[in-house]
Ligand binder design. Structure first.
Ligand code: KG4
Ligand code: ZN
Length: 359
């Protein structure tokens, strides 16, 4: 079964064709990062307008890269939640229109759940050449989902059957990377620019606290972000009233590298502590990481060093927002669920993954 996936929930316009939830036939991602960089973050109206311009060319390219025509497509999957409302509307309207005009079954899927399914893609064709996992993860599967909007540990008993073990009580970890990058004067998105700056830094230069949480698998990153801010203020000798956007100008290159490395080390160690605790308590058959922060090399290294099983990671390009993960999840939906009428698809900007209608 060949599923066309469409993703437009934030600042990537993406379309992809995946066969049987595992074989990547095409993967087209148009990133708006260069536009939003100018503003230091995503501007919702600008994002929606760019999606409108790009959605049709991106979908057409996904079909041509896959060397397929509409007659070959068996179903369409689209992100309907969560995300920016204007962005979600563009992708869902395109998917609804195509489902009607091309007469294809339509499966609206959850973006965060979709991230996990990047790990189910194990084969590729048409000249794609990422390093993919050698096999699909086995259940029960422990998933650490870490993106710009989410930080959670979820135990999957099977497709569509999972429980939330813990989640962030304040900021998502990707959000913390983005905010700390801003403090340090590094470019948006913060994850990759902090990783780059950190290569020249000492991860133990500044001692930053790990939050103590009541829930064994819960996270908190807002205190860590504030701890970086206070440490930077102390380092350059200003008080808390000093404008934070002017702080970076007082730091030299080696201080920035040390702050980036110390923050990255502590944020990742926090994620790994909780994942290790959940692994010990639930003995899953596999562990996967998902979401934009799963692209972090530091996370991959710390996790592999601390968990007693071999972990296979999805390629970086399938960790940040893409439509292959949406198409892969759409396949598993199609195995268990009736399609949704194109007239009934509604976008939901804020929706927990545990509230999706798998039953
Ligand atoms: O999943 P994603 O592409 O979009 C959301 O659904 O949020 O995640 C974006 C987040 C951003 O906060 C970005 O800073 C972070 O993923 N990120 C990283 C890395 N690459 C992207 N964080 C840490 N290390 C990276 N290498
Ligand atoms: Zn995402």
């Amino acid at each position: 079964m060949k599923v066309l996936g469409i993703e437009s929930s934030c600042d990537e316009t993406a379309a992809s064709v995946v066969e049987d939830g595992r074989v990547l036939l095409s993967n087209v991602v148009h990133s708006q990062i260069d536009i939003h960089k100018l503003y230091g973050g995503v501007v919702p109206e600008v994002a929606a307008r760019s999606h409108i311009e790009m959605i049709n060319p991106v979908i057409n390219r996904a079909l041509s890269d896959a060397q397929l025509t509409w007659a070959d497509i068996d179903a369409i999957a689209v992100t309907y939640a969560p995300g920016l409302i204007g962005s979600l509307l563009v992708g869902s309207l395109a998917a609804r229109t195509l489902a009607l005009t091309k007469n294809k079954p339509l499966y609206p899927v959850h973006h965060v759940e979709g991230h996990v399914y990047a790990n189910f893609i194990t084969e590729q064709r048409n000249g794609l050449d990422s390093t993919l996992p050698s096999k699909q993860p086995a259940f029960p599967m422990l998933a650490l989902i870490v993106s710009g909007g989410h930080s959670q540990l979820v135990l999957f008993h099977n497709h569509g059957n999972y429980e939330l073990l813990g989640q962030t009580q304040d900021d998502a970890v990707g959000e913390a990377f983005d905010k700390v990058a801003k403090i340090l004067g590094l470019a948006y998105p913060g994850g990759p620019s902090i990783a780059k700056a950190a290569t020249a830094g000492n991860p133990h230069a500044y001692h930053l606290p790990k939050a103590k949480m009541k829930g064994a698998y819960d996270f908190s990153f807002s205190g860590l972000k504030t701890a970086v801010l206070r440490a930077v203020q102390a380092e350059v000798g200003v008080d808390t009233t000093f404008p934070s956007h002017e702080l970076a100008g007082l730091l030299n290159k080696s201080q920035i590298a040390d702050f980036a490395a110390s923050f990255q080390y502590t944020a990742v160690a926090t994620l790994v502590d909780k994942t290790e605790a959940a692994f010990r308590d639930y003995s899953p058959a596999s562990v996967v990481i998902a979401g934009g922060v799963a692209a972090s090399t530091e996370l991959r290294e710390q996790l592999s060093a601390r968990l007693p099983i071999k972990i296979e990671y999805a390629p970086m390009a399938l960790c940040t927002d893409n439509a292959a993960m949406i198409a892969a999840l759409g396949y598993y939906y199609a195995q268990k669920k009736q399609p949704t009428s194109p007239f009934d698809v509604e976008v939901i900007p804020s929706l927990s993954m545990t509230k999706t209608a798998w039953a």
